[in-house]
Design a binder for this molecule. Structure first.
Ligand code: AHG
Ligand code: MN
Ligand code: MN
Length: 345
């Protein structure tokens, strides 16, 4: 019998009181994820219908976005959470004012996939709350991602999975209906250093800056290009599902900034999407950047900040940074792909 999430959390926390509160929060998030998964399975009419409002990021909310937000707000209320910051709420919500933690959440990731029965998810980030944050709730979400105490995501797919890290490796748990809880599926993931697959919404090619176009051009050129090997492409449009695949078999995900109105920093949000994904990816030995800067070092200006996001196999993410940082070398990139070491595999 695989060990339970509960046992894992207890052993990871020892007697550290703050870690125990993080663990209790994760337990409550797990109960909420099972509730949400049951609603998804029940497939109530209109889950993927527009709810009739837009969220802070300007996205049209679907019924399931709103349901998910409510389910996870209830979990936060039952947890040692002082402030709840959600994609679906304009401002941070104050809960237990003397509690030690804050929760930032994307209650439903992959909204565009709801009605097509493709995997969707929930992404969460657990942050410390200091006395300096109590008078100014927004400030708690202006802490950089490196201070996260725990982070992870659920995937509502053929299986209900939890991928999570408390800073000591990234671990995967699967919901077992017969057990009635989550059990360990994979512990201490190790993200492969060599990427064979890439994930990007290539329909935006014409809107990208030249370094991203050149990077993707070189991947597409495959064995006939400077990389001298072929790459496969995958784009699920649910970052949770793309991230899980990359954690299991390596690869790279990019959502760069582009030239469309409102997309200068891409589409993804720093505090409740990029930071928790970066935390899990780094704890598995991978890397996450905004193209050049480590995601976990960026100081957010607000809860709903966007950021370009590149994550996955470390060497591949570092390669993207070289394309961006050295456009002069790019300009010299030979059409015959020459022998420049910078861009060779
Ligand atoms: P959300 O549903 O929370 O708005 O996030 C969706 C995100 C992410 O999961 C996915 O990778 C990306 O948006 C899809 O973007 P495109 O629609 O541009 O493919
Ligand atoms: Mn999302
Ligand atoms: Mn969402």
């Amino acid at each position: 019998m695989a060990s339970s999430l509960d046992a894992h959390l207890s052993s990871e926390c020892g007697s550290d009181p703050l870690k125990r509160q993080v663990a209790d929060t994760i337990r409550n998030l797990c109960s909420a994820s099972v509730k949400l998964r049951n609603k998804i399975i029940a497939g109530g009419e209109g889950m993927g219908n527009a709810h009739g409002a837009t969220n802070a990021g300007g996205d049209v909310q679907k019924e399931l976005d709103v349901v998910a937000d409510k389910v996870f707000l209830e979990a936060a209320e039952a947890s040692p959470i002082a402030f709840f910051g959600s994609e679906e709420q304009d401002e941070a919500v104050a809960l237990k004012l003397d509690a030690p933690l804050a929760l930032a959440i994307d209650p439903l990731d992959g909204s565009s996939n709801i009605e097509t029965n493709v995997s969707i998810g929930t992404i969460f980030s657990i942050l410390p709350v200091g006395d300096e944050h109590r008078g100014d709730p927004a400030s708690v979400f202006r802490q950089k991602g490196s201070v996260q105490l725990g982070a992870g995501f659920f995937v509502y797919g053929p299986q209900l999975l939890l991928v999570m890290s408390m800073g000591n490796g990234t671990h995967v748990f699967i919901f077992s209906p017969s057990f009635g809880g989550f059990v360990e599926l994979k512990s201490s993931l190790v993200l492969l250093d060599k990427a064979k697959e890439f994930a990007i919404n290539a329909s935006n090619y014409r809107h990208w800056d030249q370094p991203i176009r050149s990077y993707v051009d070189d991947l597409l050129a495959g064995s006939e290009g400077p990389r001298e090997r072929d790459f496969n492409m995958r784009w699920i449009a649910s970052m949770v599902a793309d991230c899980y695949r990359i954690l299991l078999r390596g690869g790279i995900f990019l959502y760069p900034g582009d030239g469309r109105k409102g997309y200068a920093k891409g589409r993804l949000r720093l505090v409740y999407e990029a930071n928790p994904i970066a935390f899990c990816v780094e704890n598995a030995g991978g890397l996450a950047t905004d193209g050049t800067t480590r995601i976990l070092d960026i100081v957010p200006e607000g809860l709903h900040d966007r950021t370009p996001l590149v994550f996955g196999s470390k060497r591949e993410v570092e390669r993207v940074a070289r394309y961006i940082a050295d456009p002069s070398a790019l300009a010299e990139r030979s059409p015959l792909f020459g022998k420049r070491s910078l861009f060779r595999a």
